[in-house]
Design a binder for this molecule. Structure first.
Ligand SMILES: Nc1ncnc2c1ncn2[C@@H]1O[C@H](COP(=O)(O)OP(=O)(O)OP(=O)(O)O)[C@@H](O)[C@H]1O
Length: 237
């Protein structure tokens, strides 16, 4: 069970160059589940995730975690659409964050090896991360994010440029992480993926949350008219 939740956003707003990218957002997220963030291009999905994680500095309003903010920071991780790899082996990429938390070289190596096996990279331990395929890189990025056992994991379209097989494998890893208690907040353009993973949905329009509902309500036929239009593939503005 997470110590970070509930998290409450009060009029949280992100601005850049005089433009409001997202907000004011008022939202409370509970400790359990998989929150899928969807909406048209430019609706503010990435901006919302970055603002919540703290990579993008809040302009106005506030974000309250159930624990001190420094603690909340330590217990969360972020996976980007384009994974950033260190110029090290698969094992080196996975061991590095563990070394930063103070684990000994051999502890970090053992844990990193298990983490690689868990995501199906067990036979590539010594391969330079820069030699990996797109799907393998994203699995490594996920393993690296999960290896320190975060309570909350943000993911920004992690399967955007992956084929069906890699997408399925990533979804299996995410499903296992969620079952093991990691709270997931993830944006996607793939409505099939949203249906497969979501327990609740945040539907964004024009930088704001237009709808926050359970996956059952959202996909079960009773979303708002704009959300229904989006699900139908209509252009929504
Ligand atoms: N650093 C920035 N400076 C100025 N404008 C930005 C910046 N980052 C994003 N934007 C703008 O903010 C809006 C929201 O962008 P964001 O990437 O959050 O949307 P999104 O829903 O994730 O879009 P997509 O589905 O296309 O990835 C867009 O109009 C975008 O052009």
């Amino acid at each position: 069970m997470s110590n970070l939740f509930p998290v409450t956003l009060e009029d949280a707003t992100l601005r850049r160059a005089g433009k409001t990218l997202v907000g004011p957002v008022n939202l409370e997220l509970q400790a359990k589940g998989v929150t899928i963030v969807i909406g048209p291009n430019g609706a503010g999905k990435t901006s919302l995730l970055r603002m919540m994680h703290g990579i993008a500095r809040l302009g106005e309003g506030s974000i309250h975690w159930a624990c001190p903010p420094e603690e909340a920071r330590v217990h969360q991780a972020f996976v980007f659409q384009q994974p950033i790899m260190m110029r090290r082996s698969v094992l080196g990429n996975l061991a590095y964050p563990l070394r930063l938390t103070g684990q000994s070289r051999s502890e970090a190596r053992d844990r990193a090896t298990r983490a690689a096996i868990e995501v199906g990279l067990g036979d590539m331990l010594e391969r330079p991360a820069t030699y990996l395929s797109g799907g393998e890189r994203q699995k490594l990025a996920l393993a690296r994010a999960l290896v320190t056992q975060p309570e909350l994991l943000f993911l920004d379209e992690p399967c955007a440029s992956l084929d069906g097989r890699a997408t399925r494998e990533i979804e299996e890893i995410l499903t296992r992480a969620a079952a093991a208690g990691t709270r997931l907040i993830m944006s996607t353009h793939d409505m099939g993926q949203a249906r497969r993973l979501a327990t609740e949905v945040l539907f964004l329009l024009n930088g704001n949350i237009h709808e926050h509902s359970s996956a059952e309500t959202f996909f079960g036929g009773t979303p708002s008219p704009q959300a229904q239009a989006f699900l139908n593939g209509d252009i929504v503005e």
